[in-house]
Design a protein around this ligand. Structure first.
Ligand SMILES: NC(=O)c1ccc[n+]([C@@H]2O[C@H](COP(=O)([O-])OP(=O)(O)OC[C@H]3O[C@@H](n4cnc5c(N)ncnc54)[C@H](O)[C@@H]3O)[C@@H](O)[C@H]2O)c1
Length: 431
């Protein structure tokens, strides 16, 4: 039986490597589609929690994970030798930047070394981690072919970007169209068959290189447009024009305009990082990606702008940053999630503390003991904590939080997310 036939009949055994925000939802979807699945992670605690049906990813309800585990179709392990029995392998490991802003693909390389040990004929390997164009062909293919197997003949290799948006109630792993591009047409065909068995829509493209670039275009589009609107916000600030009102009115145009909103800076695992994967690779081809660099500079300057707003606000109250207590509300990188990776709130807190402020924070979703917030005390959002600060800063506007408490009790509020949209009060300072 061919691998495609095995997939269509749900007889294939599927492995996912890296059980984070991307890998765990994918593993669960494969299991729900009726496959036998195994998740592999080097983090023994995550493996233990998955096997206990305990979800640590907001988009995966514990009941759904628990049901998949109880059905016997989903299990997790730290042992890569299970790959010897897997017909397909999806790689969902991190792809951060080094301090120099160069891509760090060491996690991909580490797990491909393991896959190479257990590669067999036929097997499908798909990279989902966001990376620079050419990674699948230039890095992974030679590693997997070193043992003598040929791509598109003995094994199949493809890239498929993950587009999940944590916390998005409408679009999830299952219903976001899945782009896929293989090293050979046969690779694309087998990879597309796998996704078609489980997900709502598959979009095949001509190569892995195109699929890699699709993801980077999407994230660069966001970074550049956010950079543009942040620059407009800085400009409006100088000219004393309400940027939020400008955007709201511009957004009534039914064509040719897409609303992006200013904010305290970029956060998360994708938008602040991925465009630099593209500009790094472009540089190797002798091309300087100017929009990417410029957007990076503007977006990266926003935390400092927020701190300037706090300083100006305190100044108007005859206070200095040094010695003031600042309450930072919402520290995750965007609303309604618990992820603080690359969150601009961390930069804002660091800068405020550097200037001598005592910083306390509130976030109903983020673990108060989070290591990255060390030294910043957690407080509940109550009238007395709001009254006890000299200024509050809303960095992330989680839905369902009672921000009215700040309006009624804090001496001043710097609002970076327009949570007080439409509210006019001398207490509120907008971005
Ligand atoms: N989080 C998102 O919203 C999102 C969206 C689209 C794309 N992506 C991309 O998907 C990839 C994964 O992101 P994530 O947010 O799921 O990361 P994550 O940190 O949540 O999860 C990655 C997992 O991989 C594990 N891991 C690391 N090295 C490993 C190895 N050698 N072998 C096995 N497991 C290993 C880690 O322990 C962790 O559990 C990244 O390339 C990211 O850019 C993320």
């Amino acid at each position: 039986m061919s691998l495609i036939e095995k997939i269509r009949r749900r007889d294939a055994s599927l492995a996912v490597i890296g059980l984070g925000y991307v890998g765990l939802p994918l593993l669960v979807e494969f299991a729900r589609a009726g496959f036998r699945t195994v998740g592999i992670d080097i983090d023994a605690d995550k493996v233990r929690r998955v096997n206990a049906g305990e979800s640590y990813v907001g988009d995966v309800p514990a009941a759904v994970l628990g049901e998949a585990v109880a059905s016997g179709r989903l299990r997790a392990t730290t042992d890569f030798s299970v790959l010897a029995q897997a017909d397909t392998v999806n790689i969902c490991v991190p792809t951060p930047l080094r301090k120099t802003r160069d891509p760090d693909i060491s996690y991909i390389v580490a797990c491909v070394e393991e896959i190479a040990k257990y590669l067999h004929d036929p097997q499908l390997v798909i990279l989902e981690s966001t990376t620079y164009p050419g990674t699948t062909e230039e890095v992974i293919q030679p590693m997997l072919e070193a043992g003598g197997y040929r791509t598109g003949e003995n094994f199949f290799l493809a890239f498929s970007p993950e587009r999940v948006d944590p916390g998005n109630a409408k679009f999830n792993t299952k219903n976001i169209p899945k782009v896929v591009g293989g090293i050979t047409p046969a690779c694309t065909e087998v990879a597309a068959a796998l996704y078609a068995s489980t997900l709502a829509e598959v979009v095949s493209v001509s190569s892995a290189r195109v699929a890699e670039t699709v993801k980077l275009l999407e994230n660069t589009f966001r970074s550049v447009n956010i950079g543009l609107v942040n620059e407009i916000a800085l400009m409006c600030g100088k000219m004393e024009i309400d940027v939020w009102e400008v955007i709201a009115a511009a957004a009534t145009k039914p064509f040719g305009f897409m609303a992006f909103y200013p904010g305290p800076g970029l956060g998360g695992h994708c938008i602040p990082i991925d465009p630099f994967y593209l500009s790094w690779k472009a540089k190797l081809a002798g091309f300087e990606a100017r929009f990417i660099e410029l957007a990076g500079q503007i977006n990266g300057s926003m935390p400092e702008y927020v701190v300037t707003k706090v300083a100006d606000t305190l100044n108007s109250l005859r206070k200095s940053v040094n010695g003031s207590r600042v309450l930072v509300v919402g520290v995750s990188y965007k609303a309604d999630i618990d992820d603080i990776r690359e969150s601009p709130a961390l930069d804002i807190i660091r800068l405020l503390r550097k200037h001598g402020a005592e910083v306390v924070f509130h976030d109903r979703l983020v673990d108060p003991e989070h290591a990255e917030l060390e030294g910043t005390r957690y407080v509940d959002l109550k009238p007395e904590t709001a009254r006890a600060c000299d200024c509050a800063v809303v960095v992330t506007g989680h839905s369902g939080v009672d921000y009215q408490v700040l309006l009624e009790n804090a001496p001043a509020v710097v609002d970076t997310r327009n949570v007080y949209s439409g509210v006019r009060s001398p207490k509120i300072v907008k971005l």
